[in-house]
Design a protein around this ligand. Sequence first.
Ligand code: GDP
Ligand code: MG
Length: 310
Amino acid sequence: MADEESAISTEPDGEIRCGYVALLGAPNVGKSTLLNRLVGAKVSIVTPKVQTTRNRVLGIAVTSGDQIVYVDTPGIFTPQKRLDRAMVAAAWGGAADADVVVVLADAKRGLDADSGRIVAGLAKAGRRALLALNKIDLVRRETLLQLSERFNKEGAFEETFMISALGGDGVDTLLEAIRARLPAGPWLFPEDQLTDMPQRLMAAEVTREKAFLQLHQELPYAIDVETDSWSEQDNGEVRVEQTVYVRRDSQKAIVLGKGGSRIKAIGSAARADLEEMFGHKLHLFLHVKVRENWPENRAHYRERGLDFDA
Ligand code: GDP
Ligand code: MG
């Protein structure tokens, strides 16, 4: 009997591990950049502006035989509007379900109010986590050590890592610590799957990223993108139609640009990325429409796995 048990045991060394890892942090600390590096592919959109990530994204990586499922949460910040509340609720929800929580902080920005709230939230929940001080390429070593002490005052962290998600420094060490904390168990997703985000939503996010990058000031936050149709043709090419929603007529004119020049530039940048991500030739058609109250539209939340009533 004992022999039989050991024959099917998953206990010995070299066991397969699989688990969920939540990346928590204030907006703009580098969560999406780290996720893309860990997964080795572009799955989450990255921009220099805050609040780019509006929904939970899973990035899936296989490392030395273990499958690691990353949850890239929206940033945690003080919620004011409905959309804000839904995003913050999604972020904490991502942490509660995770096997490992990694808190990312911007070493340049330091321990600000947003990061302070995360540390306090973890301490209150009795949830231990790993701390990754990111963007170490931007600060001096002494500053880092002091910052690490301040973050560790409340005892919320098991270990602290100094990394540059952009350059890659320290990321391997962090990855080893993550792997060591994963539960033993079979893979949850097929080997070649990088994300659980539906193709259409991912494509809409890419276009939204390009719009973010090409528009300035407040306008980007008024923008939403939806994929209206996605059709694969016999020759393997894909035809995608999307609508860029703005909240006012004046914004529509800005997004279109002179003679449609801006929307054209947004479209061709998005198409280039999408062709690379999906690996086939793609025809992208963008429409611009005014929809005053998209942040109050229940369907918008459901589609993104957010809770309208958060
Ligand atoms: P998120 O909002 O936390 O997902 O942050 P993003 O991943 O979108 O990154 C926000 C900005 O910080 C982008 O401009 C990134 O290029 C930049 N960034 C991320 N990691 C690093 C880093 O290690 N060093 C530097 N210098 N910039 C970084
Ligand atoms: Mg992000």
